[in-house]
Design a protein around this ligand. Structure first.
Ligand code: ATP
Length: 255
């Protein structure tokens, strides 16, 4: 039996100047599963994550969350509905301790308006005290609790990825969208990330993962969508999708 769709994307478009970053993307993310979003550079994967989390407003198309139309809702509203994406630990945060970085308001929990930004931040800070206990538990969970008082700048690439995941988890998501969790990660921490994703999935969390590391995709994803030139080209298991000649062509740049 197929799992019910948690998030449905229908005909989503978003242009930047003359470039169609999303050119009518249609795909589903299943509840309780790990869905890989793969494809060559510039395929539109990050733009799709942004469009699903209120950071890039789609020009047309629809996003349904459990059947509810959530198209173009700002980031803090999407987060409130349980849809959260991970953000890189940017340089400004690296001067904070690991614990402070975890608690710092995520960027653009606001959508694209100033009013939204103010609302999102006020709400976040009001919750900060309540978040502190959860933050400690999350640091424990991702294996960074011993580094809580160290500057984030000290963290390795993999530790930063784990902290990014903890920051997303602090929002208590139901669907978590990860942008390249395996990039710049050493083998032991890569194992840790795989373990964590599997464990969270077993607890009922749904995932969408943008990733270029095909071994990681194969290890954790139940299903993949291959994007190319702003469109969803092929869907299936990792083995099915990567065996498809259209996917091979897209990666070779001849699609
Ligand atoms: P990669 O795997 O290289 O990260 P991607 O699949 O995530 O690529 P996107 O980053 O979504 O692709 O980019 C899709 C297209 O949209 C690219 O041609 C990119 O240059 C363009 N694009 C994305 N964001 C912007 C922006 N803010 N301004 C202008 N062009 C953009």
């Amino acid at each position: 039996m197929n799992p019910s769709p948690f998030l449905q994307v229908k005909g989503l478009t978003r242009r930047y100047g003359g470039v169609a970053a999303l050119d009518g993307v249609t795909l589903d993310l299943a509840r309780g599963q790990v869905t890989g979003l793969i494809g060559p550079n510039g395929a539109g994967k990050t733009t799709l994550l942004n469009a699903l989390t209120g950071l890039a407003r789609p020009e047309s198309g629809t996003v349904l969350l459990e059947g509810e139309n959530v198209t173009g809702l700002p980031a803090h509203v999407m987060a409130g509905k349980g849809v959260v994406r991970s953000f890189q630990i940017v340089r400004e945060l690296a001067s904070l301790t690991v614990f402070e970085t975890l608690l710092a308001a995520p960027p653009a929990q606001s959508g694209e308006t100033v009013a939204g930004a103010l609302f999102g931040r006020r709400k976040w800070w009001a919750q900060e005290r309540a978040n502190a206990d959860l933050a400690r538990a999350l640091l424990e969970r991702v294996g960074l609790v011993k580094l809580a008082d160290q500057p984030s700048a000290m963290l390795s690439g993999g530790q930063k990825k784990l902290l990014e995941m903890a920051r997303a988890l602090l929002m208590k998501p139901r669907l978590i969208l990860l942008d390249e969790p395996g990039a710049g990660v050493s083998p032991p921490l890569r194992l840790e990330i795989v373990r964590l994703v599997r464990e969270l999935k077993a607890e009922g969390l749904s995932f969408g993962i943008v990733e270029h590391d095909m071994h990681l995709v194969e290890e954790v994803c139940d299903h993949v969508h291959v994007l190319a030139q702003g469109r969803a080209l092929v869907s299936g298991t990792f083995a099915e999708a990567t065996a498809d000649p259209r996917v091979v062509s897209a990666y070779l740049g001849v699609a």
